[in-house]
Write a protein that binds this ligand. Structure first.
Ligand code: ACM
Length: 267
């Protein structure tokens, strides 16, 4: 399976331009599964809830999901893309997954970061992997990386590849945690981070790039710089993620002792 990411700097509010930019990258190289950054079509720093509501779209009927599905059909690939979702009055920071046969699923970001808490509703559907081109894929969005329970839930449910659209702003942190998430769960992890800056509220944000694809041993297979737009693709063997053994006597999943992890389920 060929997995890839697009690292780029979305222009705030310019969905046409951002979709076209992504189309350029995806057309240049073949991959079975592409991952795009968080909020790739709109940009990140909304000045108000009203502005966000105007730019957010229903899923799957909204134009951005439909355009991504058309791209997936044309290229014969799957695409995971972060976008702003409107569902009735609620606004979610979501990641859609589309494929050659159309819309597959949507994940609504569960752990909201900083001012996202003033704008979005947190997702409330359990982490659930889906089958993509013979591999089980789990979706995380950005700040979810900080919660080992998120990746663990997906891995315990069978995820072999974590697809992680991101708008990381703390240099190197999410890259480090995702290597650990991959290592401790023995899964592949694809982080598509954005680059560039936004200052639409008087609080400047600098996005940190360093997108990466990591192996179940925590090795960085490919990565990008802190700046610059590019797409990277690598061939992986998802079935390697089914083997949780670290030596002849230890298996990271069957060695777990959940009966002693009681604080995890305490309110
Ligand atoms: C983030 O969750 N966008 C840092």
């Amino acid at each position: 399976m060929r997995v890839g990411y697009v690292q780029f700097g979305p222009a705030f509010g310019d969905k046409e331009r951002n979709l076209a930019r992504v189309g350029e990258f995806l057309g240049r190289e073949q991959a079975d599964l592409w991952v795009l950054p968080e909020l790739f079509s709109t940009g990140y720093q909304f000045a108000s809830r009203e502005e966000l509501a105007e730019l957010a779209e229903p899923v799957p009927k909204g134009p951005t999901t439909q355009r991504l599905a058309a791209l997936a059909r044309e290229l014969g690939c799957h695409i995971v893309a972060g976008l702003a979702e409107r569902a009735g009055k609620a606004l979610f920071n979501s990641a859609v997954l589309v494929g050659p046969r159309g819309f597959v699923t949507v994940y609504r970001k569960i752990h909201l970061f900083y001012r996202e808490r003033e704008l979005f509703t947190a997702g409330n559907v359990p982490f659930t992997p889906v089958e993509v081109a013979g591999a089980k894929v789990g979706l995380l969005v950005c700040y979810d990386h900080f919660f080992p329970e998120a990746a663990r839930s997906l891995a315990l449910a069978g995820a072999e590849v974590l697809a992680h659209p991101a708008n990381l702003v703390m240099p190197g942190l999410g890259q480090m945690t995702m290597r650990v998430r991959a290592l401790e769960n023995r899964v592949f992890a694809v982080t598509a981070n954005r680059v560039g800056e936004e200052n639409r509220t008087g609080e400047p944000l600098r996005f940190t790039g360093l997108s990466q694809i990591v192996s179940p041993k925590g090795e960085v297979l490919v990565s990008s710089g802190e700046q610059g737009e590019e797409a990277r693709v690598v061939e992986i063997e998802p079935s390697l993620a089914r083997n949780k053994r670290i030596n002849a006597l230890n298996d990271l999943f069957s060695d777990r002792r959940p009966e002693f992890y009681q604080a995890l389920t305490r309110p």
